[in-house]
Design a binder for this molecule. Structure first.
Ligand code: FUB
Length: 347
Protein backbone atom coordinates (compact mmCIF):
# COMPACT_ATOMS: atom_id res chain seq x y z
CA UNK A 1 0.00 0.00 0.00
CA UNK A 2 2.88 2.30 0.78
CA UNK A 3 3.84 2.12 -2.91
CA UNK A 4 0.33 2.85 -4.09
CA UNK A 5 -1.02 6.14 -2.75
CA UNK A 6 -4.39 5.66 -4.48
CA UNK A 7 -4.96 2.28 -2.81
CA UNK A 8 -3.90 3.82 0.48
CA UNK A 9 -6.44 6.65 0.08
CA UNK A 10 -9.16 4.19 -0.88
CA UNK A 11 -8.63 1.76 1.98
CA UNK A 12 -7.64 4.11 4.77
CA UNK A 13 -9.89 7.04 4.02
CA UNK A 14 -12.86 5.86 1.95
CA UNK A 15 -13.57 2.36 3.28
CA UNK A 16 -14.20 3.50 6.87
CA UNK A 17 -16.62 6.12 5.52
CA UNK A 18 -18.44 3.38 3.60
CA UNK A 19 -18.50 1.06 6.61
CA UNK A 20 -19.65 3.83 8.89
CA UNK A 21 -22.40 4.69 6.39
CA UNK A 22 -23.51 1.04 6.57
CA UNK A 23 -24.10 1.52 10.28
CA UNK A 24 -25.90 4.85 9.86
CA UNK A 25 -29.29 5.05 11.51
CA UNK A 26 -28.45 2.08 13.71
CA UNK A 27 -27.76 2.27 17.43
CA UNK A 28 -24.68 0.82 19.13
CA UNK A 29 -25.45 -2.30 21.17
CA UNK A 30 -23.20 -1.09 24.00
CA UNK A 31 -21.75 2.13 25.37
CA UNK A 32 -18.12 3.12 26.04
CA UNK A 33 -16.81 1.79 29.37
CA UNK A 34 -15.23 5.19 30.09
CA UNK A 35 -15.48 8.55 28.34
CA UNK A 36 -13.00 10.77 30.23
CA UNK A 37 -10.07 9.30 28.24
CA UNK A 38 -9.84 7.50 24.89
CA UNK A 39 -9.13 3.77 25.18
CA UNK A 40 -8.64 0.98 22.63
CA UNK A 41 -7.42 -2.60 22.12
CA UNK A 42 -8.98 -3.97 25.34
CA UNK A 43 -7.25 -7.05 26.77
CA UNK A 44 -9.55 -8.19 29.57
CA UNK A 45 -8.77 -10.70 32.31
CA UNK A 46 -10.37 -11.96 35.49
CA UNK A 47 -7.81 -11.82 38.30
CA UNK A 48 -8.96 -12.76 41.84
CA UNK A 49 -12.59 -12.58 40.75
CA UNK A 50 -12.34 -9.00 39.47
CA UNK A 51 -12.29 -7.82 35.84
CA UNK A 52 -9.22 -5.87 34.68
CA UNK A 53 -9.02 -4.29 31.23
CA UNK A 54 -5.57 -3.50 29.80
CA UNK A 55 -6.23 -1.07 26.93
CA UNK A 56 -4.18 1.27 24.77
CA UNK A 57 -4.58 4.90 25.83
CA UNK A 58 -5.34 6.89 22.68
CA UNK A 59 -4.36 10.56 22.64
CA UNK A 60 -4.34 13.47 20.20
CA UNK A 61 -0.56 13.84 20.04
CA UNK A 62 -0.55 16.01 16.94
CA UNK A 63 1.46 13.43 14.96
CA UNK A 64 0.35 13.49 11.32
CA UNK A 65 -1.58 10.51 9.96
CA UNK A 66 0.49 8.21 7.72
CA UNK A 67 0.07 4.75 6.20
CA UNK A 68 2.04 3.09 9.01
CA UNK A 69 -0.29 4.33 11.76
CA UNK A 70 2.07 7.08 12.98
CA UNK A 71 -0.93 8.97 14.38
CA UNK A 72 -1.47 6.13 16.89
CA UNK A 73 1.14 7.83 19.03
CA UNK A 74 0.33 6.61 22.52
CA UNK A 75 2.53 7.38 25.51
CA UNK A 76 1.16 5.55 28.56
CA UNK A 77 -1.27 2.92 29.83
CA UNK A 78 -4.25 3.27 32.18
CA UNK A 79 -5.79 0.07 33.51
CA UNK A 80 -9.54 -0.15 34.02
CA UNK A 81 -11.19 -2.39 36.60
CA UNK A 82 -14.71 -3.43 37.57
CA UNK A 83 -16.28 -5.98 39.89
CA UNK A 84 -18.81 -7.14 37.34
CA UNK A 85 -19.98 -6.45 33.79
CA UNK A 86 -22.23 -3.42 33.94
CA UNK A 87 -20.70 -2.32 37.25
CA UNK A 88 -18.76 0.85 38.04
CA UNK A 89 -15.57 1.13 35.97
CA UNK A 90 -12.48 2.53 37.71
CA UNK A 91 -9.57 4.17 35.89
CA UNK A 92 -6.55 3.28 38.03
CA UNK A 93 -4.33 6.05 36.65
CA UNK A 94 -1.00 5.80 34.84
CA UNK A 95 0.35 2.24 35.12
CA UNK A 96 3.36 2.64 32.82
CA UNK A 97 4.77 5.69 31.02
CA UNK A 98 6.85 5.48 27.85
CA UNK A 99 9.45 7.80 29.40
CA UNK A 100 10.25 5.08 31.96
CA UNK A 101 11.00 2.42 29.32
CA UNK A 102 14.76 2.78 28.71
CA UNK A 103 14.77 1.26 25.21
CA UNK A 104 11.55 2.82 23.89
CA UNK A 105 11.36 5.21 20.96
CA UNK A 106 7.69 5.89 20.19
CA UNK A 107 4.16 4.45 19.92
CA UNK A 108 3.06 2.38 22.88
CA UNK A 109 0.54 0.04 21.24
CA UNK A 110 -1.85 -2.69 22.37
CA UNK A 111 -0.82 -4.39 25.65
CA UNK A 112 -1.79 -7.56 27.48
CA UNK A 113 -1.21 -8.88 31.00
CA UNK A 114 -0.78 -12.11 32.95
CA UNK A 115 -0.35 -13.11 36.59
CA UNK A 116 1.88 -15.81 38.06
CA UNK A 117 2.69 -16.45 41.73
CA UNK A 118 1.43 -13.02 42.83
CA UNK A 119 3.40 -11.02 40.25
CA UNK A 120 1.59 -9.24 37.42
CA UNK A 121 3.26 -8.97 34.02
CA UNK A 122 2.35 -6.23 31.54
CA UNK A 123 3.39 -7.00 27.95
CA UNK A 124 3.54 -4.11 25.49
CA UNK A 125 4.74 -3.36 21.95
CA UNK A 126 6.66 -0.15 21.39
CA UNK A 127 9.06 1.00 18.67
CA UNK A 128 12.66 0.94 19.80
CA UNK A 129 15.10 3.75 19.09
CA UNK A 130 15.66 2.32 15.54
CA UNK A 131 11.87 2.58 14.96
CA UNK A 132 11.42 -1.21 15.01
CA UNK A 133 8.52 -2.66 17.00
CA UNK A 134 9.62 -4.97 19.84
CA UNK A 135 7.69 -6.40 22.77
CA UNK A 136 8.59 -5.46 26.31
CA UNK A 137 7.53 -6.64 29.75
CA UNK A 138 7.03 -4.80 33.03
CA UNK A 139 6.15 -6.17 36.47
CA UNK A 140 4.13 -5.15 39.50
CA UNK A 141 2.73 -6.70 42.67
CA UNK A 142 -0.62 -5.07 41.80
CA UNK A 143 -2.80 -5.82 38.73
CA UNK A 144 -3.13 -2.07 38.14
CA UNK A 145 0.54 -1.18 38.57
CA UNK A 146 2.57 0.92 38.65
CA UNK A 147 4.65 -1.44 36.48
CA UNK A 148 8.45 -1.47 36.34
CA UNK A 149 9.77 -2.22 32.84
CA UNK A 150 12.72 -4.48 32.11
CA UNK A 151 15.80 -2.74 30.72
CA UNK A 152 15.56 -4.45 27.31
CA UNK A 153 12.78 -5.91 25.13
CA UNK A 154 11.99 -9.63 25.27
CA UNK A 155 14.81 -11.34 23.36
CA UNK A 156 13.56 -12.64 20.00
CA UNK A 157 10.36 -10.56 20.09
CA UNK A 158 9.15 -8.37 17.24
CA UNK A 159 6.05 -6.73 15.74
CA UNK A 160 2.96 -5.90 17.83
CA UNK A 161 -0.14 -6.99 19.73
CA UNK A 162 1.06 -9.51 22.34
CA UNK A 163 -1.69 -11.71 23.78
CA UNK A 164 -0.67 -14.00 26.63
CA UNK A 165 -2.69 -17.16 27.22
CA UNK A 166 -2.46 -19.45 30.25
CA UNK A 167 -3.29 -23.04 29.36
CA UNK A 168 -4.97 -25.46 31.76
CA UNK A 169 -1.59 -27.15 32.49
CA UNK A 170 -0.11 -23.85 33.75
CA UNK A 171 1.95 -23.11 30.60
CA UNK A 172 1.89 -19.55 29.25
CA UNK A 173 2.08 -18.71 25.54
CA UNK A 174 2.45 -15.38 23.78
CA UNK A 175 0.67 -14.84 20.45
CA UNK A 176 1.73 -11.74 18.52
CA UNK A 177 2.16 -10.00 15.17
CA UNK A 178 0.51 -7.47 12.91
CA UNK A 179 1.12 -6.55 9.26
CA UNK A 180 1.48 -3.12 7.58
CA UNK A 181 2.27 -0.60 10.40
CA UNK A 182 2.79 -3.55 12.75
CA UNK A 183 5.88 -4.53 10.66
CA UNK A 184 5.32 -8.33 10.65
CA UNK A 185 6.11 -8.43 6.90
CA UNK A 186 9.63 -7.22 7.72
CA UNK A 187 10.42 -10.56 9.44
CA UNK A 188 11.22 -13.91 7.82
CA UNK A 189 12.36 -16.96 9.81
CA UNK A 190 12.61 -14.61 12.81
CA UNK A 191 15.25 -12.47 11.06
CA UNK A 192 14.76 -8.79 10.27
CA UNK A 193 14.65 -8.15 6.51
CA UNK A 194 14.66 -4.35 6.68
CA UNK A 195 11.84 -2.20 5.34
CA UNK A 196 9.81 -4.24 2.87
CA UNK A 197 6.65 -3.75 0.84
CA UNK A 198 3.37 -4.60 2.46
CA UNK A 199 2.12 -8.11 1.54
CA UNK A 200 0.81 -8.18 -2.04
CA UNK A 201 -2.09 -9.99 -3.72
CA UNK A 202 -1.02 -13.44 -4.93
CA UNK A 203 1.24 -14.02 -1.93
CA UNK A 204 0.46 -16.41 0.90
CA UNK A 205 -0.86 -14.30 3.79
CA UNK A 206 1.58 -13.61 6.64
CA UNK A 207 1.01 -15.77 9.71
CA UNK A 208 0.71 -14.79 13.37
CA UNK A 209 3.44 -15.92 15.75
CA UNK A 210 3.58 -17.90 19.00
CA UNK A 211 6.25 -18.58 21.61
CA UNK A 212 5.99 -20.36 24.96
CA UNK A 213 7.07 -18.17 27.87
CA UNK A 214 9.85 -19.26 30.22
CA UNK A 215 9.21 -19.84 33.91
CA UNK A 216 10.37 -16.25 34.60
CA UNK A 217 7.62 -14.88 32.28
CA UNK A 218 10.16 -12.42 30.87
CA UNK A 219 11.64 -14.46 28.04
CA UNK A 220 10.69 -17.01 25.39
CA UNK A 221 11.55 -20.63 26.21
CA UNK A 222 11.62 -21.60 22.53
CA UNK A 223 12.12 -20.18 19.07
CA UNK A 224 9.20 -18.12 17.78
CA UNK A 225 6.95 -20.18 15.49
CA UNK A 226 4.33 -19.33 12.89
CA UNK A 227 0.79 -20.52 13.48
CA UNK A 228 -1.29 -21.73 10.57
CA UNK A 229 -4.84 -20.55 9.92
CA UNK A 230 -6.43 -22.83 7.33
CA UNK A 231 -9.58 -22.59 5.25
CA UNK A 232 -12.16 -25.40 5.30
CA UNK A 233 -10.15 -27.27 2.61
CA UNK A 234 -6.98 -27.17 4.71
CA UNK A 235 -5.24 -24.46 2.66
CA UNK A 236 -3.48 -21.38 3.95
CA UNK A 237 -5.16 -18.09 3.07
CA UNK A 238 -3.72 -15.89 0.33
CA UNK A 239 -3.27 -12.17 0.80
CA UNK A 240 -6.27 -11.78 -1.57
CA UNK A 241 -8.51 -13.44 1.06
CA UNK A 242 -8.28 -10.24 3.07
CA UNK A 243 -11.73 -10.68 4.63
CA UNK A 244 -10.43 -13.81 6.39
CA UNK A 245 -6.65 -13.70 6.57
CA UNK A 246 -4.70 -12.59 9.66
CA UNK A 247 -3.82 -8.90 9.96
CA UNK A 248 -3.32 -8.15 13.72
CA UNK A 249 -4.93 -8.33 17.20
CA UNK A 250 -4.42 -11.97 18.24
CA UNK A 251 -6.40 -13.45 21.12
CA UNK A 252 -6.61 -17.01 22.43
CA UNK A 253 -9.28 -18.56 24.61
CA UNK A 254 -10.31 -22.10 25.38
CA UNK A 255 -13.89 -23.35 25.22
CA UNK A 256 -14.94 -26.93 25.93
CA UNK A 257 -11.38 -28.21 25.43
CA UNK A 258 -10.86 -26.49 22.03
CA UNK A 259 -8.48 -23.61 21.32
CA UNK A 260 -10.07 -20.53 19.74
CA UNK A 261 -7.62 -18.21 18.00
CA UNK A 262 -9.27 -14.89 17.10
CA UNK A 263 -7.86 -11.92 15.20
CA UNK A 264 -8.58 -8.85 13.12
CA UNK A 265 -8.56 -8.86 9.32
CA UNK A 266 -7.43 -5.21 9.36
CA UNK A 267 -8.31 -3.59 6.06
CA UNK A 268 -11.63 -5.48 5.85
CA UNK A 269 -12.36 -4.81 9.55
CA UNK A 270 -13.67 -8.24 10.60
CA UNK A 271 -12.86 -9.95 13.87
CA UNK A 272 -12.61 -13.62 12.91
CA UNK A 273 -11.88 -16.88 14.69
CA UNK A 274 -10.39 -20.26 13.94
CA UNK A 275 -10.43 -23.42 16.09
CA UNK A 276 -7.63 -25.88 16.87
CA UNK A 277 -6.77 -28.78 19.16
CA UNK A 278 -3.67 -27.34 20.85
CA UNK A 279 -2.10 -23.89 21.47
CA UNK A 280 0.11 -24.11 18.36
CA UNK A 281 -2.64 -24.98 15.91
CA UNK A 282 -3.19 -25.44 13.05
CA UNK A 283 -6.45 -23.53 13.41
CA UNK A 284 -9.34 -23.90 11.00
CA UNK A 285 -11.25 -20.76 10.08
CA UNK A 286 -14.81 -20.79 11.42
CA UNK A 287 -16.30 -17.35 10.91
CA UNK A 288 -16.78 -13.80 12.13
CA UNK A 289 -16.99 -12.89 15.82
CA UNK A 290 -17.67 -9.17 15.28
CA UNK A 291 -18.70 -7.40 12.08
CA UNK A 292 -16.90 -4.12 11.24
CA UNK A 293 -17.19 -1.35 13.82
CA UNK A 294 -17.11 2.41 13.29
CA UNK A 295 -13.48 3.41 12.74
CA UNK A 296 -10.64 1.62 10.95
CA UNK A 297 -9.19 -0.75 13.54
CA UNK A 298 -10.90 -3.61 15.34
CA UNK A 299 -9.32 -5.31 18.34
CA UNK A 300 -10.77 -7.43 21.10
CA UNK A 301 -10.52 -9.95 23.91
CA UNK A 302 -12.82 -12.72 25.11
CA UNK A 303 -13.33 -13.74 28.75
CA UNK A 304 -15.67 -15.82 30.89
CA UNK A 305 -17.17 -14.35 34.05
CA UNK A 306 -19.83 -15.91 36.25
CA UNK A 307 -20.77 -18.51 33.62
CA UNK A 308 -21.21 -16.02 30.75
CA UNK A 309 -18.82 -15.10 27.96
CA UNK A 310 -17.98 -11.53 26.97
CA UNK A 311 -16.36 -9.78 24.02
CA UNK A 312 -14.41 -6.61 24.79
CA UNK A 313 -13.91 -4.46 21.68
CA UNK A 314 -13.64 -0.84 20.61
CA UNK A 315 -15.13 1.62 18.15
CA UNK A 316 -14.97 5.40 17.68
CA UNK A 317 -18.44 6.29 18.98
CA UNK A 318 -17.25 9.27 21.07
CA UNK A 319 -14.77 10.95 18.71
CA UNK A 320 -15.59 9.73 15.20
CA UNK A 321 -11.79 9.64 14.61
CA UNK A 322 -9.89 6.43 13.81
CA UNK A 323 -7.12 7.04 16.34
CA UNK A 324 -9.34 8.15 19.27
CA UNK A 325 -11.23 5.04 20.25
CA UNK A 326 -13.36 3.85 23.16
CA UNK A 327 -13.57 0.36 24.65
CA UNK A 328 -16.85 -1.50 25.08
CA UNK A 329 -18.14 -4.91 26.15
CA UNK A 330 -20.99 -7.13 25.04
CA UNK A 331 -22.07 -10.71 25.70
CA UNK A 332 -20.75 -13.43 23.36
CA UNK A 333 -22.77 -16.58 22.74
CA UNK A 334 -21.90 -20.00 21.33
CA UNK A 335 -24.04 -22.31 19.26
CA UNK A 336 -24.46 -25.93 20.39
CA UNK A 337 -21.72 -27.02 17.93
CA UNK A 338 -19.17 -24.67 19.52
CA UNK A 339 -19.30 -22.02 16.80
CA UNK A 340 -19.62 -18.39 17.91
CA UNK A 341 -22.73 -16.33 17.13
CA UNK A 342 -21.60 -13.36 15.00
CA UNK A 343 -22.08 -10.03 16.75
CA UNK A 344 -23.39 -6.90 14.97
CA UNK A 345 -22.20 -3.88 16.95
CA UNK A 346 -25.08 -1.69 15.68
CA UNK A 347 -28.77 -2.57 15.33
O1 FUB B 1 -3.69 0.68 18.85
C1 FUB B 1 -2.69 0.58 17.88
C2 FUB B 1 -2.94 -0.57 16.97
O2 FUB B 1 -4.22 -0.42 16.35
C3 FUB B 1 -3.03 -1.91 17.64
O3 FUB B 1 -1.80 -2.43 18.01
C4 FUB B 1 -3.74 -2.67 16.58
O4 FUB B 1 -4.24 -3.91 16.98
C5 FUB B 1 -4.82 -1.69 16.18
O5 FUB B 1 -5.93 -1.75 17.03
Amino acid sequence: MKNNPFLFLATVLLLPTFLNAQNEGKKPISQPLVSHIYTADPSAHVFNGKIYVYPSHDIESGTKEDDEGGHFDMKDFHILSMDKIGGKVTDNGVALDIKDIPWAGRQLWAPDAAVKNGTYYLYFPVKDKEDIFRIGVATSKSPVGPFKPEATPIKGSYSIDPAVFKDSDGSYYMYFGGIWGGQLQRWKDNAYQGKTNNPQKGEVARLPRIAKLSADMKSFSEEVKEIKILDEKGNLFQEDNNDKRFFEASWMHKYKGKYYFSYSTGDTHNLCYAIGDNPYGPFTYKGIVLKPVQGWTSHHSIIEKAGKWYLFYHDVQISGKTHLRNVKVTELKYNADGTIQTIEAYK
